[in-house]
Design a protein around this ligand. Structure first.
Ligand SMILES: [Ca+2]
Length: 202
C-alpha cells in the first residue's frame, strides 16, 4: 500500500518473504500482513506498519563573503554538493578576492548508523565546525599549509542534525583549501557525500 490511499491486496504469500520491487524515494509505505490458519478459514488481521524511504541528499548551503570574518552580505549563496575544495592560489569565484574571503556552510547531516562519527577538517586557513549544535573544531587561525583537525561525536542513525562549518582564507598566506570528511566503525574515511547532506530546512 503506498501513500495511505487505501492500499490494495497484493498476493497470497506461501512463504515468509515478499519482494515489492524498487521503492520510490521520499515516500511513506504502509503494509499489513494478515494470516490464515491451516484450516483455511480462521483469519488474523495484522497491524498496519509504515516506513518512509529517504530522499537523495541535496548538498549543503554555502554563503561566501568578501572578508575573513563572514561579515556583511554574502556575495554568493549556492548549494555545494560537498565540502571538498582546493582552490590553490586562485579564488572560488570571480566575485571574490584571491585572498581574504570566508565561507559559511550550513545545513543538516543525516547519519546511517547509531555510532561514533569522527569528523576531519582539512583547511588552509581557519575553520570552525559545529555538529548537533556543538562546537567540535575551533582553529580560527592562519595556516602555513593545509592542516587537519578532528573530533568525534556520538550520533543516532536516521536522525538529522544541524551542521555548520565556517572557514576563512587569510590575507597573506597563498593557498586555500577546505575539506570535510567523516569516518565511523561502519564507514571508511571519506569526504562527506552529498547524499548525507541537506540544505537548511526552509
Ligand atoms: Ca591560506
Amino acid at each position: 500500500m503506498a501513500n495511505g490511499t487505501g492500499g490494495t491486496f497484493k498476493v497470497n504469500q506461501p512463504t515468509t518473504t515478499y519482494h515489492p520491487g524498487a521503492l520510490a524515494t521520499n515516500t511513506t509505505y504502509y503494509w499489513r500482513v494478515d494470516e490464515i490458519e491451516v484450516d483455511k478459514t480462521t483469519k488474523h488481521k495484522g497491524d498496519v506498519w509504515s516506513f518512509t524511504t529517504i530522499r537523495p541528499g541535496g548538498g549543503i548551503r554555502g554563503q561566501y563573503y568578501r572578508d575573513t570574518s563572514l561579515s556583511g552580505a554574502a556575495v554568493i549563496n549556492r548549494i555545494d554538493p560537498q565540502i571538498d575544495f582546493n582552490w590553490a592560489a586562485a579564488s572560488p569565484d570571480a566575485s571574490l578576492p584571491v585572498d581574504s574571503f570566508s565561507i559559511r556552510w550550513s545545513g543538516e547531516i543525516e547519519v546511517p548508523f547509531s555510532e561514533a562519527y569522527t569528523f576531519y577538517t582539512n583547511t588552509d586557513d581557519g575553520v570552525r565546525l559545529w555538529v548537533a549544535d556543538q562546537l567540535i573544531v575551533n582553529l580560527w587561525t592562519d595556516r602555513r599549509a593545509p592542516t587537519e583537525a578532528k573530533a568525534t561525536i556520538e550520533l543516532v542513525g536516521g536522525q538529522r542534525y544541524p551542521i555548520v562549518m565556517e572557514y576563512y582564507q587569510g590575507n597573506a598566506d597563498g593557498d586555500a583549501v577546505a575539506q570535510l570528511s567523516w569516518e565511523s566503525p561502519s564507514i571508511a574515511r571519506q569526504i562527506i557525500p552529498q547524499g548525507a547532506l541537506w540544505p537548511p530546512p526552509s
